[in-house]
Design a protein around this ligand. Structure first.
Ligand code: UD1
Ligand code: CA
Length: 452
């Protein structure tokens, strides 16, 4: 049985933020979200998140996908783990990791569990050019890990050690809770250090081990906004490479921003400065041009999106969107449609083969198939108090600059004359026209021009 304890109670003072540290997003997702996801992918069955600062925000975000332990006040990483009492008495291995390390990958977590099979404690270490503020791994003459010393508690000689503690450990759960009882706070920071367990385990004759991670970037801890930007850059590269390897063309990976939970099909092309967030699913052979923004968008195959915003909406195959269009709030554009320049759709259906090419607002509407919407059409869906729906049936033709005052229904193959303000429904095959008749004042133009 695999368990995990995620330490996420600290304030993250160096972030200088109203938001608690682990809720800061990397690749559009709170750091703690990345960690919980990765743990689940690695087959960890029980996850206890130790919360303190910002506990309510963390709980609201992770909901009941994990168990919580409250650490109040925060007396150090060892003290934090002591709060995960829910795991005491349970067998198996427990991974302990910091909530501020979003880049950790599933494979590394799996390896850490494997590495601990013959041991009671395995700490993941990394070689850095400069150990900076990290705890140092002190080994004995035989190369065996002896203890971890926090940078603040290091003597000069220890500070030169380049193998550091990544803050990720796997313990035999029984020994973990035994050992915790012996942690004291007699150090520079007057904190209960989890890292003291290495010495405690050694003293008790419980086998300890250090495993060096292949890529130290994975274990980077985010302590301030500079670290946050580094994690963001690493994650962006990692996510983009994953997509490129399965056949997505990313013209400029440094300037393409894709959330961790987005899926993209092969032969799709992303232009520079595209942002795709949330649970968006992009099909094959899709072309997304610069300055497009998608969040929770479902895009089928062979769609072209040009400089447009698509939020919580669906676009079916062979449809083109934009430039400069905005689809939002449960809009569904069906196959072979054309949505053109400066068009906004909200909470609407647009049937197969329909076209809406220029400067139009369609809200709370149900449009059928093969409808042509002219330039500058507005569905007037709101009277200042309530929203109403507009229905337009298959084959209708909506002339340019029409207003459709909802609720209203336009029948099959009906025609609306350009410039009409339509307040009453139009039956199948009929034409609605609602505008003042034009009159001509002969010679008025010239007379006006010649007037003083
Ligand atoms: C810790 C390690 C250090 C390691 C580094 C790796 C200790 C004593 N030191 O140092 O050896 O190199 O991580 O990044 O463990 N937290 C709590 N409750 C607390 C204190 C901290 O939940 O009382 C949480 C924080 O929210 C954070 C994590 O534990 O997510 C690490 O705490 P932090 O203060 O950042 O530890 P470091 O000083 O970085
Ligand atoms: Ca840290």
């Amino acid at each position: 049985m695999k368990s995990a304890i995620v330490l996420a109670a600290g304030k993250g003072t160096r972030m200088k933020s109203d938001l608690c540290k682990v809720m800061h997003p990397v690749a559009f997702k709170p750091m703690i979200g990345h960690i919980v996801n990765t743990l689940k992918q690695a087959g960890v069955e029980r996850i206890v998140v130790v919360v303190g600062h910002g506990a309510e925000d963390v709980k609201e975000y992770l909901k009941d996908s994990v168990t919580y332990a409250l650490q109040e006040p925060q007396l150090g990483t060892g003290h934090a783990v002591m709060q995960a009492m829910a795991l005491e008495g349970i067998g198996g291995d427990t991974i302990v990791l910091n909530g501020d390390g979003p880049c950790m990958q599933k494979e590394t977590i799996e390896q850490a569990f494997m590495a601990n099979q013959e041991h009671a404690l395995t700490v993941l270490s990394a070689k850095l050019k400069d150990g900076a503020h990290y705890g140092r791994i002190v080994r004995d003459e035989m190369g065996h890990v002896k203890k971890i010393v926090e940078a603040k508690d290091c003597i000069a000689e220890e500070l030169t050690i380049t193998e550091i503690n990544t803050g990720l450990y796997v313990f035999k759960n029984k020994e973990l809770f035994e050992g915790l009882k012996e942690i004291r706070n007699d150090n520079v920071q007057k904190e209960y250090y989890l890292t003291d367990l290495v010495e405690i385990f050694n003293r008790k004759g419980w086998s300890t081990n250090a495993m060096m991670v292949a890529d130290p970037n994975e274990t980077m801890g985010v302590n301030d906004r500079v670290d946050l930007a580094k994690a963001e850059a690493w994650m962006r590269r990692h996510i983009n490479e994953k997509h490129m390897r399965i056949g997505v063309t990313i013209i400029d990976p440094e300037h393409t921003y894709i959330g961790a939970d987005v899926t993209i099909g092969a032969d799709t092309i992303l232009y520079p400065n595209v942002i795709i967030q949330g649970e968006s699913k992009i099909g094959n052979h899709v072309e997304i041009l610069s300055n497009s923004f998608l969040r929770n968008a479902i895009i089928a195959d062979d769609v072209v999106i040009d400089s447009s915003k698509i939020v919580e909406s669906q676009v079916d195959a062979h449809t083109t969107i934009g430039p400069m269009s905005h689809l939002r709030n449960n809009t569904h554009i069906h196959e072979h449609c054309r949505i053109g320049n400066f068009v906004e759709f909200k909470n609407s259906e647009f049937g197969e083969g329909s076209k809406c090419a220029h400067l139009t607002y369609i809200g709370d509407s149900d449009f059928g198939k093969k409808i042509n919407v002219g330039c500058g059409v507005v569905t007037v869906n709101y009277d200042g108090k309530h929203k109403f729906r507009t229905t337009v049936k298959d084959g209708a033709f909506i002339g340019s600059n029409c207003n459709l005052i909802a609720p209203v229904t336009i029948g099959e193959n009906a025609l609306l004359a350009a410039g009409s303000t339509i307040t009453d429904s139009v039956q199948d095959g009929d034409m609605g026209i609602a505008r003042a008749r034009q009159s001509i004042k002969e010679g008025f133009g010239t007379a006006y021009k010649n007037k003083e």
